[in-house]
Structures are given as structure tokens and as C-alpha cells.
Design a protein around this ligand. Structure first.
Ligand code: PGA
Length: 255
């Protein structure tokens, strides 16, 4: 059985006070959620305060990035130990915005994944093709390179402690969502890549989220797909009611 994991990626939105307020609303709203794992990723600045708000609730804490070194002269960066200390459970790694604006590569994704796993947190590994890559027929080769890069050197046990977010870059923040069929097809392909690396039973146990303009209107259709095990949500996670409108359809689904 795979977990359905629905995570809100708040990106560079919300002040500390706004983050605390939204986290509080979500803790209250998510009280009745039993099966879906709910996580929120505020900015680094708000993480420690939001950690206090979600403590003891069924809302998990996620960070939007991490550095792979333990400490030192890395201006602007935050280490995995620092995240662990305040109770972070999930760390988003390799988001397409990190890849396209801030020089993230498959090699740095791999270093971050290893560091996060070594501290018993769960990496959410983001992969996905651009529109140009899809149009040129390179979907499968792009996903293959990203998956092989992210999992390089990881054991099957380590792989079992990861989550993947398949996020077609052309669907992120654009309002354009992959159709249920397009998303399912890509997810099944990603699972087949995991099966090649680790065998079918491990591949069947790793949750693969969909991300890219997921919202209450399309969540039920996407989550019902065989290989879609949750979502990584940007815009629609910034309000408690729309985020909850994505989480609720996940309850009662078994994967
Ligand atoms: P979006 O962002 O839901 O606003 O498209 C998703 C993401 O970037 O994780």
C-alpha cells in the first residue's frame, strides 16, 4: 500500500505572521483527515514558528530546499541538521524553479537526497519535462536522466524512504494541468524506471505525487489514477479551503 501524500509548497509567499495563521487554519481543517498525509512547506523564515503550530497535529512540516553540507561558509543556505532540529519531516528537492533559476542539477539533487535520508527525513524529489522537451519527444529521456541522477548510489531501503513529485514544467503555475491520462502515463513510466532500478515491489511502494496547477476542480480525477499518489501544490495551497478541497478527494483511496 502506498501513502497518499499531499504537500503545499508555499514558495516565496506569506510573511511569518501569515504563515502561522494559515498553518493554524490547516491544523484545524485537517483534524478529520485520516489517511492522506498532509504536509506544508513555508519559507525557511517561517519554518520554526510553523513547527510550533503543527506540533502534535496531523499536518507535517516540509522545507522547500536544503544544502548538502553540514555547516560552513555557504551564504544563504540552510543545512539538513538545522531542519531536523526544528522537526521538519519532508524536504522538497530539485523543484523546477530551483533547476531553472538557481542552477540545481541532477548531481546536486542526489547530494541533497542523500543528506536528507541520512537524517531520517523524507526527500520529495521533483522531476518533470519542459514544454519544448515534451514537444520534441524527449519526455522519457528527460525523466530517465532525472530519476537515474536523483537515485544514483541509493539502496533499495533508501529509495523506499523517498517520495517523487512528477511536475511537468509547463503545468506549474500556468493554470494548464496535464490531463488525467497524460499524468497517469508519465507516472506509470516513472514507476517503471524505479522498477528497473529496484524491482517491482519497491517501485510499487514509492509514492509519486503529481504537481502543476492541481486544484479542487481537477484533484479527484488526478488522484483517482492508478499511479498518482498525491500532489505537490503551489498556488492552490495558499488558502486553507482550496488546499482542503484537494486533500479531501484523497481520503478513502487505496493505492
Ligand atoms: P502550482 O505549483 O500548483 O502553482 O502549479 C506546483 C509546484 O510548483 O509545486
Amino acid at each position: 500500500m502506498r501513502k497518499i501524500v499531499i504537500a503545499g509548497n508555499w514558495k516565496m509567499n506569506k510573511t511569518v505572521a501569515e504563515s502561522v495563521k494559515l498553518a493554524g487554519e490547516l491544523v484545524a481543517a485537517a483534524k478529520g483527515i485520516r489517511q492522506v498525509v498532509v504536509a506544508i512547506a513555508p519559507t525557511y523564515l517561517a519554518l520554526a514558528k510553523v513547527a510550533e503550530v503543527v506540533q502534535g497535529s496531523n499536518v507535517k512540516l516540509a522545507a522547500q530546499d536544503v544544502h548538502w553540507e553540514n555547516q560552513g561558509a555557504f551564504t544563504g543556505k540552510v543545512s539538513a541538521d538545522m531542519l531536523k532540529e526544528i522537526g521538519v519531516d519532508y524536504v522538497i528537492i530539485g523543484h523546477s524553479e530551483q533547476r531553472s533559476y538557481f542552477g540545481e542539477t541532477d548531481a546536486t539533487v542526489n547530494k541533497k537526497v542523500r543528506k536528507v535520508l541520512s537524517l531520517a527525513m523524507t526527500p520529495i524529489i521533483c522531476i518533470g519535462e519542459t514544454l519544448a522537451e515534451r514537444k520534441e519527444g524527449r519526455l522519457e529521456s528527460v525523466l530517465t536522466t532525472q530519476v537515474n541522477g536523483a537515485y544514483a548510489g541509493l539502496s533499495a531501503d533508501e529509495a523506499l524512504s523517498t517520495v517523487i513529485a512528477y511536475e511537468p514544467v509547463w503545468a506549474i503555475g500556468t493554470g494548464v494541468t496535464a490531463t488525467d491520462d497524460e499524468a497517469q502515463e508519465a507516472h506509470a513510466f516513472v514507476r517503471s524506471l524505479l522498477a528497473k532500478l529496484y524491482g517491482d515491489s519497491v517501485a510499487q511502494s514509492i509514492s509519486i505525487q503529481y504537481g502543476g496547477s492541481m486544484k479542487p476542480e481537477n484533484a479527484a480525477g488526478l488522484l483517482a489514477q492508478k499511479d498518482i499518489d498525491g500532489g505537490l501544490i503551489g498556488g492552490a495551497a495558499l488558502k486553507a479551503d482550496s488546499f482542503l478541497g484537494i486533500i479531501t478527494p484523497g481520503e478513502g483511496l487505496s493505492k
